[in-house]
Design a protein around this ligand. Structure first.
Ligand SMILES: CC(C)(COP(=O)(O)OP(=O)(O)OC[C@H]1O[C@@H](n2cnc3c(N)ncnc32)[C@H](O)[C@@H]1OP(=O)(O)O)[C@@H](O)C(=O)NCCC(=O)NCCS
Length: 161
């Protein structure tokens, strides 16, 4: 788990171009490398501005960028709070990396970011993501529509310190 670097762009864009990740996150066809770069910059910026953020996930054996995970808190009035999130290249689904990185993010959220409650916003059909949240001890709080994605409600999962 490390900070994003400019050299991650191609691998990061490739990961978010896979059909599995695109459909899970409803990433539009228009998503391009410029937007991928802006996301990486946003995650780095959130570390500066909020003291917590998302990490790039590098596979130790191969040195390959395989995903992102960590703490996300956009400046949106209806966002529940500090969110723990994860996304992996489909090549490495089923290996436990999201749970491993999610556990470190939870620890960081409570011990270093000082949160009393952490959240995870997960669409009801995203069973793999729900399974990660459950493994980390999260429970479903409610389902509601979030302003950044009005098409359907998200499940709001929570974990208390
Ligand atoms: C959500 C997502 C990260 C989950 O990936 P995942 O591989 O299922 O989750 P993990 O990395 O925790 O791996 C869990 C699997 O590895 C297995 N595993 C092996 N070793 C493990 C370990 N040490 N710890 C936990 N699980 C382990 C588990 O049994 C489980 O297997 P299963 O797939 O047969 O149930 C992935 O599906 C993804 O990137 N989706 C697209 C993006 C997305 O939807 N993000 C979430 C938005 S809310």
């Amino acid at each position: 788990m490390r900070a994003f670097r400019h050299g991650d762009l191609d691998a990061y864009f490739a990961l978010f171009s896979t059909p599995q990740v695109r459909s899970s996150l409803y990433i539009p066809e228009s998503f391009d490398p410029e937007q991928a770069w802006a996301q990486m910059a946003l995650f780095l910026g959130q570390w500066e501005l909020r003291g917590a953020g998302l990490w790039a996930l590098e596979e130790k054996e191969t040195g390959r960028l395989v995903g992102r995970a960590g703490l996300y808190h956009p400046e949106r009035p209806d966002w529940p709070g500090l969110e723990v999130g994860w996304a992996l290249h489909p090549d490495v689904w089923g290996l436990g990396y999201a749970t491993e990185a999610g556990a470190r993010a939870v620890e960081y959220g409570f011990d270093e970011a000082g949160a009393e409650r952490l959240f995870s916003c997960i669409l009801p059909e995203n069973k793999r993501s729900q399974a990660v949240a459950r493994r980390l001890g999260f429970n479903l709080l409610e389902e509601r529509v979030l302003s950044h994605f009005p098409e359907k409600p998200h499940g709001i999962w929570f974990l208390d310190r």
